[in-house]
Ligand binder design. Structure first.
Ligand code: SF4
Ligand code: SF4
Length: 487
C-alpha cells in the first residue's frame, strides 16, 4: 500500500498556511482602526541545502572580514582605519587625505555600479546573501535556534506562559544577542577609532563619544536583527524599492513553476498524480515555513522576496522525497519561464546590452581608479600666501614674499624634502631649504621667497614652489602660487 504523504509537520499537526491578510473596511478606518496591517511574527523553519550553505559561507566570509580587519596591522598601524579626528585614511598601506576624497567618491560609484550589474544579472543577490541585515538576522536566528529550538518549538514557547524554562531560554538568547551586538558596535567604531585603544577605553568607561557610538550601533544591530528583521527590508530599505528598476525579463529570480506544480494538493507517494489531474506541488507549505520574509513564492514574484533561495532548498528536499525532478521552485527568469528555456539559454541571455553597459562602465572606472592610485605621488604640497606681509623690499635690494606651506608625507617613512622656487629670474628660497617630516605626518613651514629688484615688472607673477624628497627620485611635488612685485 502506498504511503500517504502528509503535509510537512507543524506544531499542531495541521498543514500551516499563511494567515489571510486582514482587510479593514474603510468605514472601520474612519472609526479609528489602524490603517496598516498588524505585523505577523515570522518564525522561519531551518532548512539544509545548497542555498543555505551559500548563505552561511557568506556569513563567515563577511564577518571574518568585518570583525577581523580592524585588528590587522601594517607598518605598526591599523591596516584599515578612517581616522576622522586626524583626517587621515589608512587603507592597507595607502595613506589618503581629505583631499583624496575623490577616491572615496569613485569607490562609491564603483560599488553602486557593481550592485547594478549584479542585480541586473542575478536579482537580489546582495539582499539574500551579503546585506548586513540578512547576515546579522541569520546569526541571530542561529542563536535563537540553539536556545529555543526550531520553528515548532519556538511557536510552542511563544504560546506558553512564563516559567523558569522560558525565562532561561529567552534570557540566554537576549544576553547572547546583546553580546554579539556590542561586539559588532565595537568593531564598527573600530574602523574610525584605533580599535586597540578603543577596547580599553570602552571597558574603562572613558571616551564618552566612543561609548555612545558603540552603543548606538549595537542597539541598531540588536533591534534590526533581533526584532525588526524582514520589516527592515520591507519598509525601511530604499534599495529594496528602487532595485526593481534594474530588473528586466532576463534577470534571475526565484520562481515557482506553476505550469508544473498546479493543480497542487496532497497525494499518496507513488500515485500517478497526472492521472488524477494533479501537478507536482504537494501543498506541504514547507517553502512558506522556511521563508524569512514570510511569503508564499507560489503567489508569484513579490517585492518582499529577498531571493535567498531557501524555498528552493525546501522544495527540492520535498521533490527528492516524492521522487519528482528537482526545480519546481528554481532560479530562472521571466522569459525563461514563459519560453521554457534551459540553463544554456539563460546563461546566453546574460550578455545583453544593459549588462554590457554596466560592465563596461564598471571596468573603465575601476581601471582608471587603480591606475590613478598606482601613479599617485605620496607627497602633498599646499601653499598659502601670508596675507599680513604681501611684498616688501629687504636688505641687498631683494623683493621678498612670504608663504605658509603644508607638506604632507603620505609614506610610512620619515622624509627630508628640499624646497626650491622658479618662475622669475633669480628667484630663490631665502628661508630653510630643507624640511623634515615624520612618517604619515603633515608639517606647516614658513617660506620666504626672494627675487632681485628689477628681475620682474611690478605686479603679480605666477611662480612654482617645488618639494623634492632627498634620496627618493620621483618623489617630487609642485605647487603654483603668485609673487608680488611692488611699484
Ligand atoms: S512548492 Fe514545493 S515546498 Fe512549496 S508547497 Fe509545493 S511542494 Fe511543498
Ligand atoms: S520566497 Fe524564497 S527566495 Fe524569496 S525570501 Fe522567501 S524563501 Fe527566500
Amino acid at each position: 500500500m502506498s504511503e500517504r504523504t502528509k503535509p510537512l509537520p507543524d506544531e499542531t499537526g495541521r498543514t500551516p498556511r499563511p494567515a489571510p491578510r486582514k482587510v479593514i473596511p474603510i468605514a472601520q478606518e474612519a472609526e479609528g482602526t489602524p490603517l496598516f496591517e498588524a505585523r505577523r511574527k515570522i518564525q522561519p523553519r531551518s532548512i539544509a541545502g545548497r542555498f543555505a550553505r551559500w548563505r552561511w559561507a557568506l556569513v563567515w566570509l563577511t564577518q571574518l572580514f568585518f570583525y577581523g580587519v580592524p585588528w590587522l596591522q601594517i607598518h605598526g598601524r591599523q591596516a584599515l582605519l578612517f581616522d576622522l579626528e586626524q583626517r587621515r585614511f589608512y587603507i592597507f598601506g595607502w595613506l589618503l587625505y581629505p583631499q583624496d576624497f575623490i577616491y572615496l567618491a569613485v569607490l562609491l560609484i564603483v560599488s553602486a555600479l557593481a550592485l547594478f550589474l549584479f542585480t541586473t544579472v542575478a536579482g537580489r543577490l546582495w539582499c539574500g546573501f551579503s546585506c548586513p541585515q540578512t547576515v546579522y538576522t541569520e546569526i541571530f536566528m542561529w542563536v535563537e535556534r540553539r536556545l529555543e529550538g526550531d520553528r515548532s518549538a519556538r511557536l510552542r514557547l511563544d504560546a506558553s506562559g512564563w516559567g523558569l524554562e522560558k525565562l532561561a531560554r529567552r534570557g540566554g538568547k537576549h544576553a547572547l544577542w546583546l553580546l554579539i551586538a556590542l561586539w559588532t558596535g565595537l568593531s564598527f567604531v573600530g574602523y574610525f577609532v584605533p580599535i586597540r585603544s578603543l577596547l580599553p577605553e570602552v571597558l574603562a568607561f572613558t571616551g564618552p563619544w566612543q561609548i555612545f557610538w558603540v552603543l548606538f550601533y549595537a542597539l541598531a544591530t540588536y533591534g534590526n536583527a533581533g526584532f525588526l528583521r524582514e520589516q527592515v527590508c520591507k519598509h525601511m530599505c530604499p534599495y529594496a524599492r528602487f532595485q526593481s528598476a534594474m530588473f528586466d525579463r532576463d534577470t534571475l529570480i526565484v520562481t515557482y513553476d506553476a505550469a508544473r506544480g498546479e493543480a497542487r494538493g496532497p497525494r499518496p507517494k507513488g500515485l500517478d498524480h497526472r492521472a488524477q489531474g494533479l501537478g507536482e506541488c504537494i501543498d506541504c507549505t514547507l517553502c512558506v515555513q522556511v521563508c524569512p520574509a514570510g511569503i508564499d513564492i507560489r503567489d508569484g514574484l513579490q517585492y518582499e522576496c529577498i531571493g535567498c533561495g531557501l524555498c528552493i532548498d525546501a522544495c527540492n528536499s520535498v521533490m527528492d522525497r516524492m521522487h519528482y525532478p528537482r526545480g519546481l521552485i528554481r532560479l530562472s527568469t521571466q522569459n525563461g519561464m514563459a519560453r521554457g528555456w534551459r540553463q544554456g539559454e539563460l546563461v546566453r541571455r546574460i550578455l545583453r546590452p544593459r549588462v554590457l553597459v554596466y560592465g563596461a562602465a564598471l571596468a573603465a572606472i575601476s581601471t582608471a581608479m587603480a591606475a590613478s592610485l598606482a601613479l599617485r605621488t605620496p607627497l602633498k604640497l599646499d601653499v598659502v600666501r601670508d596675507r599680513s606681509t604681501l611684498s616688501r623690499i629687504v636688505g641687498g635690494g631683494q623683493i621678498e614674499n612670504i608663504y605658509r606651506i603644508q607638506i604632507g608625507n603620505a609614506t610610512e617613512r620619515d622624509q627630508r624634502y628640499t624646497l626650491s622656487a622658479a618662475g622669475i629670474e633669480g628667484l630663490r628660497v631665502a628661508s630653510d631649504t630643507e624640511v623634515e617630516v615624520g612618517a604619515a605626518q603633515d608639517r606647516w613651514v614658513v617660506v620666504r621667497l626672494q627675487a632681485p629688484y628689477g628681475a620682474a615688472q611690478p605686479g603679480s607673477h605666477g611662480v612654482e614652489i617645488t618639494a623634492a624628497a632627498v634620496g627618493e627620485a620621483g618623489l617630487v611635488q609642485q605647487a603654483h602660487t603668485t609673487f608680488l612685485v611692488p611699484r
